[in-house]
Design a protein around this ligand. Structure first.
Ligand code: ZN
Length: 366
């Protein structure tokens, strides 16, 4: 793969500019209906979306201006509030096609596919795992309110993202010292992680970021120590770099993890995480950061897409800033191991992660 040294000049802003502006919201009614009123003049900003989100949670009523309104209806399904996908489609000006078991939302910029009873969804070119399965009935399709608020909306809309500074970036090369991580037939995970991390640091610094690594040599650092270092150093963003391995040698591809929100279960587990952890403070930012990095990595490398997933890895649980953990590929897969040990592929990975971070930063500036 040919990727120019530190060349991220081709970086495009991938986020969709939200055409909608909310000026008024309404409280949750006793029947569980959530009404979010938005201006019909959708290109004219009036009030920020956070007011609507506040209403979803706190039943805040904002005084309406003299405009007509738009409502996202909700229904309680399985004890949880779900939103009508048709309303969300209209809200974001997507065309919607409902099939027997799936729904497709499409615009000029993006296509979203949601499947009845499946957490696996597609947003743009990337696979994204939802917190809960979408639910369909004969006439309508629904997505959980949590998925809309903490995942879909932050990915689709720049202006709804919480304010967050982004200057100091901490890169965490997984494992080190006595902890080899995954062991391939030719390379050790800890060494690949460190090389990608150092490369990423070199790529980011010319863009004005202050970048630190949790380790710069082959040394052992505890998981807790990595979180403490981030907090002490005052990192605004945390990226943990790993490689994967499994007993099935055919498995390959990239997966990106963000911390599991409270009330949901991790992607490959059924246990519901009832408690909030520190990293949950950044759920919405994590979603956008994870999405930007994940899709950049896939489009740059052409690797198999294993999805943006949720897990409560310790470094994500204890994160004091938006955080992702990247599994760059499988050392247990011979072809992927050969790629991962090559400097060219390591550089392609580093460039794509940098692109994802800069895309995320651009979205924050909106
Ligand atoms: Zn690892």
């Amino acid at each position: 793969m040919s990727v120019g040294r530190n060349d991220i000049s081709g970086l495009k802003q991938t986020s969709v500019t939200n055409p909608l502006r909310i000026y008024e919201t309404e409280s949750v009614s006793h029947t569980g209906t959530v009404a979010c009123r938005v201006s019909p003049h959708r290109r004219q900003p009036v009030r920020p979306w956070k007011h609507c989100l506040a209403a979803l949670v706190c039943s805040v009523v904002l005084t309406p201006a003299a405009h007509s309104e738009f409502t996202i209806r909700s229904r309680i399904i399985g004890g949880k509030p779900h939103l009508y996908i048709a309303d969300i489609a209209e809200y974001f000006r997507f065309d919607m096609s409902k099939y027997y078991n799936s729904v497709e939302l499409s615009s000029e910029q993006r296509r979203i596919v949601l499947t009845n009873g499946k957490r696996k969804a597609k947003i743009g070119t990337a696979i994204v795992y939802l917190n809960f399965e979408p639910r369909f009935d004969r006439t309508s399709a629904f997505i959980s309110q949590m998925d809309f608020v903490s995942l879909i909306d932050p990915i689709l809309r720049d202006t709804g993202l919480p304010k967050h500074p982004l200057r100091r970036i901490i890169i965490d090369p997984g494992h080190g010292g006595k902890d080899n991580g995954a062991v391939g037939s030719r390379v050790l995970e800890k060494n690949v992680n460190l090389r990608i991390s150092k490369d990423l640091k070199n790529i980011l610094e010319p863009y004005g970021y202050v970048v630190a690594l949790t380790r710069t040599t082959d040394e052992y650092i505890s998981l807790r120590g990595r979180g403490v270092a981030t907090q002490k150093w005052g990192g605004d963003l945390f990226v943990s770099i790993h490689c994967n391995a499994t007993h099935n040698k055919n498995v390959s591809g990239i997966e990106t993890f963000i911390v599991t929100p409270r009330g949901a279960s991790s992607t490959t587990q059924s246990k519901v995480q009832r408690k909030s952890v520190r990293g949950n403070e950044f759920d919405r930012l994590n979603s956008r950061l994870g999405y930007e990095i994940h899709q950049q990595m896939l489009s740059t490398t052409g690797a198999r897409d294993r999805g943006l997933k949720y897990h409560r890895w310790q470094v994500l649980r204890e994160a004091s800033c938006p955080a992702v953990l990247i599994e760059s590929g499988f050392l247990s897969n011979a072809a992927e191991e050969r790629k991962l040990e090559s400097q060219v592929y390591q550089h392609a990975l580093a460039v794509s992660i940098a692109k994802g971070i800069i895309s995320f930063h651009n979205a924050l500036k909106k």
